[in-house]
Design a protein around this ligand. Sequence first.
Ligand code: GLN
Length: 301
Amino acid sequence: MDFQSNFVISGQELWKWYYQAKVAALKADIPTTEVDWFLGELVGLDRLTLRLECFKDWPKIPRGISMEELDRLWRRRLDERVPLQYLIGVAYWRNFSLDVGTGVLIPRPETECLIDLALAATNTFPNLREGNWVDLGTGSGAIAFGLAEVLTNGSIYAVDCSSEALTIARKNAAKLGLSDRVIFYHGSWWQPLEHLRGQISGMVANPPYIPSSMIPSLQCEVSKHEPLLALDGGSDGLDCIRYLISTAPTYLVSGGVWLVEMMAGQAKAVTEMLEAHGSYSQVQIFSDLEGVDRFALAYLI
Ligand code: GLN
């Protein structure tokens, strides 16, 4: 994070704060590494300096944030369970540093695999590499940026129905130097892409897939702070996935890729829906790094 050094604190004072913040984190069942991450971003101390506590004897540590503000933000982590990424305004995903705010889902590490799966599909079918790829429900833009990076000759389109999300995604594109690689559209799923009917080589999405009734039982960080729009997949969680199965055949080229993330336990239902539709072949399920069946991929016949 860029900051101006308007404030100064002694190493001793900061160490005291660091120590009490770690004790409070433990009590609140929050990993103490979050304190390192928090100070790393907001004070600019690297992780090794923090872990070795070498800063303890420094007479002056310049900062861009007052101790009161730092403490106020950390209290929001403890008391309101605001996810750390929203407090520091940044999430790291693949090799990107992405701005995030409460208008977008915090991109998850497991979602990174979608990019590798899309790339693997284009290695199997190289003709898909140079075509049009879409990220439906782009949020912070993460998937679109991942696609832009690996499909260097592809045209990437990113759609979201939330203008708040698109503002963040566009800002991220500019920050990453990808503004001319990703074209953003405001609208619902395929609606802004009418002109690309039958011309899309790959559809990638991390749609809302959590059953509505499960949302209140999710971690407070998720249920109270992340956008419901990005989480709630209707009564069985499959509303959006069902919709994407039925609508994608109008937009994909023959042999085009249909690729989504889903929740643990949904693989069987998604496979059955794809197979029953009759327009898809080679339906495959892939697991994430924790071994959870998390991704469904199919090709349009
Ligand atoms: N993976 C998110 C979670 O763990 C859910 C994202 C989604 O619904 N697409 O809560």
